[in-house]
Design a binder for this molecule. Sequence first.
Ligand SMILES: *[C@@H]1O[C@H](CO)[C@@H](O)[C@H](O)[C@H]1NC(C)=O
Ligand SMILES: *[C@@H]1O[C@H](CO)[C@@H](O)[C@H](O)[C@H]1NC(C)=O
Ligand SMILES: *[C@@H]1O[C@H](CO)[C@@H](O)[C@H](O)[C@H]1NC(C)=O
Ligand SMILES: *[C@@H]1O[C@H](CO)[C@@H](O)[C@H](O)[C@H]1NC(C)=O
Ligand SMILES: [Zn+2]
Ligand SMILES: [Zn+2]
Length: 448
Amino acid sequence: MYCDSMVALPRLLFGLLLFRGLRIYAVPLAPVNSEHLSGIGRFWHVSDLHLDPTYHVTADPTKVCSSSKGFPASNPGIFGDFMCDSPYQTILSAFQHMKTVTPQPEFMIWTGDSPPHVPIGELSTDLVIQVMRNMTQTIRQHFPDMPVYPALGNHDYWPQDQLPTSTNEIYQSAAKLWALWLKPEALETLREGGFYSQLVQPKLRLVSLNTVLYYSPNKVTVNMSDPAGQFQWLRDTLETSAQSMEKVIVIAHVPVGYLPYARNTTAIREVYNERLVKIFRDYSDIISGHYYGHTHRDSIMILKDVLGKPVTSMFVSPAVTPIKSVTQQYSNNPAFRMYHFDTQDYRMLDIWQYYLNLTEANQEKRADWQLEYVMTEAFGLEDIQPCSLFKLAQSFEMEQSKAFQKYFQHYMVSYDDHVVCDEACKLTQVCSLLSLDSVSYTKCIEVP
Ligand SMILES: *[C@@H]1O[C@H](CO)[C@@H](O)[C@H](O)[C@H]1NC(C)=O
Ligand SMILES: *[C@@H]1O[C@H](CO)[C@@H](O)[C@H](O)[C@H]1NC(C)=O
Ligand SMILES: *[C@@H]1O[C@H](CO)[C@@H](O)[C@H](O)[C@H]1NC(C)=O
Ligand SMILES: *[C@@H]1O[C@H](CO)[C@@H](O)[C@H](O)[C@H]1NC(C)=O
Ligand SMILES: [Zn+2]
Ligand SMILES: [Zn+2]
């Protein structure tokens, strides 16, 4: 209803001027599905590398990796196992493959979680810093000239999840490691609270949030109204951007909104979720997209304003690590992705999702990274803007929706096409796509 008129109009006209503040944009009217003449910008997104330095193939399946926590590996090979975090070999193969893709993106976002999932006693502050340094150097070695914008994950701390609200050894180490990519003023807030913003292109600002401050298991921030002053800082930063006519991309590790696999559960505490959603709504006209990690699965969300109009697209990137816990029914193949955007107005155009078929890679003893899908082609979309994704999510609601079945295969990074998402599973998925605040989520989930 909100979307149809908006897409129909530009196609009828030959040239359309949009007035925004004092600036006038001429909108080039390229034929549908053709590449935009204005130029395509690109950036990489990698997330949840989770290096397990103990990974090695050996006769005793319980000894393959610390990250299986004593459970037997399922089918270990040189590129990993679905019960384990990433062998270094797999991470290397990912960056090696990224290097061969042309044309190369202008920058990379990296949404956190470098250390392995192991018991607290097997890590320490020093070990966490060592792994973060190793991953930083590995990325730098492969992409010496590419700016990289990281966000801290809940595993990028010791003990895990307990990221503090003021400066500490790990924020300081991160600032040292990432000084090659970030400007002094970004490093200053990174050292203090684990977040920062930086102008990445002439009118494009990146905001890297420390959403682990809001993460439910973080005991340090219980009852705090504004941990590390990040809410105030975020509002101030977005306000300044709006006044400077900038567009903003928001990156963070733990996503806002509801989890796609657990009914009525937000990843961050509910009270923080409501506040964050409100800020994102207030500034939706300057935010061109949100990019998260943490769930290890491939999903989208569409932020709607209070009237129900889709206003911002949000993307959760699947992980490089293939790990699943022993109780989980399925996992994800190792993955990374590239986004396309319009260089004139920073509209989001497409996702190119790459993956490694882990089973095959182990069989062939060769890491043959492939394109898994191109978002617009897979679903017949014009772009990945809020209205396009909103219509897609609505189409999922139909019974036996083929589009949803495809989306769910992508959700697991083509792990196993025998795994099905039943009605209850699908309702949880679809409501998490479309409803980010508790009022709209409750309404969504209660409709039979
Ligand atoms: C990173 O760790 C791996 C596995 O432990 C090791 O082989 C590699 O040499 C390290 N690389 C760097 C740059 O520290
Ligand atoms: C948080 O607030 C609740 C309710 O006021 C209180 O019972 C609880 O002890 C507080 N927790 C902490 C860690 O301060
Ligand atoms: C969802 O969770 C909230 C808070 O945890 C609770 O108040 C509410 O009743 C739950 N709603 C449903 C539909 O289960
Ligand atoms: C991955 O490889 C295995 C083994 O060759 C194969 O059975 C499976 O179909 C492949 N998966 C995909 C999505 O291609
Ligand atoms: Zn993770
Ligand atoms: Zn995480």
